[in-house]
Design a protein. Sequence first.
Length: 302
Amino acid sequence: MNHTETIEEFYKRVPQANAAGLRLNNAGAGHFNVYTRNLCRVQTPYSRRDFYKVSLILGEGILHYADKWIAIDRPALLFSNPVVPYSWEPSSEKQEGWFCLFTEAFVNANERKDGLQDSPLFRIGGNPVFFINEIQQEELSAIFRKMVLEMDSEYTHKYDLQRNYLHLIIHEAMKMQPAGSFEKHANAPTRITSLFMELLERQFPIDSPEEALRLKTANDYAQSLSVHANHLNRSVKEVTGKTTTALISERITKEARALLQHTDWNIAEVAYSLGFEYPAYFNQFFKKQTGVTPGDARSMTV
């Protein structure tokens, strides 16, 4: 389980992506870069990044994100955000297309209320992959080529132009889905539940055994969302059919399985990172949720 990768760490791992030596505030407000995907012939580490990325993928592979995976077997547009962890596992030698990566400061530079961070394409729980047809591939490729050319230009407002190209890609993707997919929440319970689910997912993945889970109970989430605990519980139950506590427990259990499978932390460290003061409490919780002890679960994956 890896920590959140910064732009500096990304460029150290993939120096070819910043051959021009762009500064972290190269866009005036924040950072922006665009480059080709011919660097993507090797598997990338599974982790969160502290930047956004939009990718036009022309090549085959498997995208692992959140707790899911999807086979990319044809041209696709991918949207990645700083919250959801992901990795790319190439399955074909030919990897073409483009990336553009950018920071939150670049997104917010024009102070638009409908900024990219509010786009349905970057929301937690959504599908980040849009498969595209030949015409869409040509149109999106043309936009990325313009981005690449603009990076080398001397135009004073070139990053404003890059931001406009970025919004154009966003809108092209939004046209690929039925309008109903992007409708705003119709009622308060739906909105509160959506905020709760997003906040729940933001707590993961756990990066270090030294840092305990910050939000552990329904009351913790209610306080963080500035709503009464009873109101949160009613809303979540109405929308999902499950209690807030049940959803928290399910997500902690899922993370526990991942930590047991993918780290060498001992049981006490896993317990502490998930908010359990004593390993015995974690053992009781995990066995109640799964029917097996943490030790048994770990041995099953070896």
